[in-house]
Design a protein around this ligand. Structure first.
Ligand code: ADP
Length: 266
């Protein structure tokens, strides 16, 4: 008679971790959506109960409702985008992109936004300083997606900058990569939170982020996008001094550059 015992050992740590993360994510989504929904419900109820009789109060309440519904709808779009990335169904069409041109294009738009804002708000104007070299740097990416990341980082730099602050945007070569750095002179991010700001829904200051219409998903999306193109993104920050968000993407070599389709072809 043969006595045998077959032991099959399977490490389920990763599976459990994924399951835990999934549960935490669903719970976060519900919580994040419940807050604006509750707010909208109570403001609508107050309007129905008579607040609408006072035009000033009505306008205030409607503007709260507008902000909260806007935030919910941004959040749902962000969540859909993340879910497409998770399932690998995000549409990605890469092409050769001249990063210098793309950055100048994005920054021209921000300069325009700032000149409008600076006229409207009676605060000390924000400034964007560009350090973009003449040498052209080409990368193989989806230019819409990279533009979305740059928009997000610049929007954050503006949101978290003090009045009269300068945002410095640098493009430079770093070994085999091109590096983009966006620095602000804002309140900075505590060391312990620096890696976590790229997690879904993580915010250093929840109420401040919500008050500014933030969804807490922008950096999570940016990280997914940059990693999709084989790059990396991180933050260096000192509390009370400011933050620098950096991203790196690999250069396109000359051979590919001769043969590929380019963003500024069209
Ligand atoms: P949000 O919609 O809240 O801005 P993000 O994913 O873009 O979401 O950013 C996550 C959090 O990271 C923010 O809530 C904020 O606490 C922190 N953060 C992002 N950018 C900056 C910055 N430039 N300066 C300070 N804190 C920042």
């Amino acid at each position: 008679m043969i006595n045998a015992l077959i032991l099959i050992l399977r490490d389920v740590t990763i599976q459990l971790k994924t399951e835990e993360e999934r549960k935490a994510f669903v719970s976060n989504v519900s919580h994040e959506l419940r807050t604006p929904l509750t707010t909208v419900t109570s403001y609508v109820e107050a309007l129905v109960d008579g607040a609408k009789e006072n035009p000033e109060v009505m306008n205030d309440f409607l503007s709260v409702i507008q902000n909260e519904t806007g935030r919910m709808s941004r959040m749902v779009s962000d969540l859909l985008e993340l879910s497409r990335m998770d399932q690998g169904t995000m549409e990605v069409k890469t092409e050769l992109v001249n990063l210098n041109s793309l950055m100048n294009f994005v920054l021209d738009r921000f300069d325009m936004i700032l000149s409008n804002d600076n006229n409207e708000l009676n605060t000390k104007p924000l400034k964007i300083e560009r350090q973009i070299p003449e040498d052209e740097y080409w990368v193989d990416v989806d230019h819409d997606k990279i533009m979305q990341v740059l928009d997000n980082l610049l929007n954050n730099a503006m949101k978290y900058s003090p009045d009269g602050g300068t945002i410095t945007v640098t493009l430079q070569k770093n070994g085999e990569n091109v590096q983009v750095a966006i620095s602000d002179q804002g309140l900075g991010i505590p060391k312990k939170d620096q890696a976590r700001v790229f997690d879904r829904f993580f915010r250093v200051d929840k109420s401040r982020s919500r008050a500014m219409g933030g969804t807490g998903l922008g950096l999570a999306i940016s990280k997914e996008v940059i990693e999709t193109f084989g790059g990396k993104i991180w933050v260096e920050s000192k509390e009370g001094v400011g933050s620098t968000f950096k991203l790196e993407l690999a250069f396109v070599d000359d051979e590919l550059l001769q043969s590929g389709k380019r963003w500024d072809d069209d």
